[in-house]
Design a protein. Structure first.
Length: 94
């Protein structure tokens, strides 16, 4: 747990140092203060978008699993068919 907190603090400090020392354009690399301020001012918008994004992620996960199972079953059936064909041919040759 301490390593996680330490890592997060290092990342945040690096963010602050880069934004104050190099002063890049705000649209390229916004400062930590402006990001936190924007999040606090528009919390409702972020939460609404988070809910929609989570719904899309869950739907995509379900669709991917269904398609993965279907493709796996088709592959197993096709492999089984090919193996049966070649085993049948080899058995008749002997």
């Amino acid at each position: 747990m301490n390593k996680v907190i330490f890592s997060v603090l290092i990342i945040l400090m690096t963010w602050l140092i880069i934004s104050y020392v190099f002063q890049p354009a705000q649209y390229l690399f916004p400062s930590l203060n402006s990001v936190a301020r924007d999040f606090l001012e528009n919390t409702d918008m972020y939460m609404t978008n988070t809910i929609y994004t989570l719904i899309e992620v869950v739907i995509g996960f379900i669709i991917a699993n269904i398609l993965g199972i279907i493709i796996a079953l088709c592959g197993v059936l096709l492999f089984n068919y090919i193996c049966e064909y070649y085993v049948y041919v080899v058995n008749h040759l002997m």
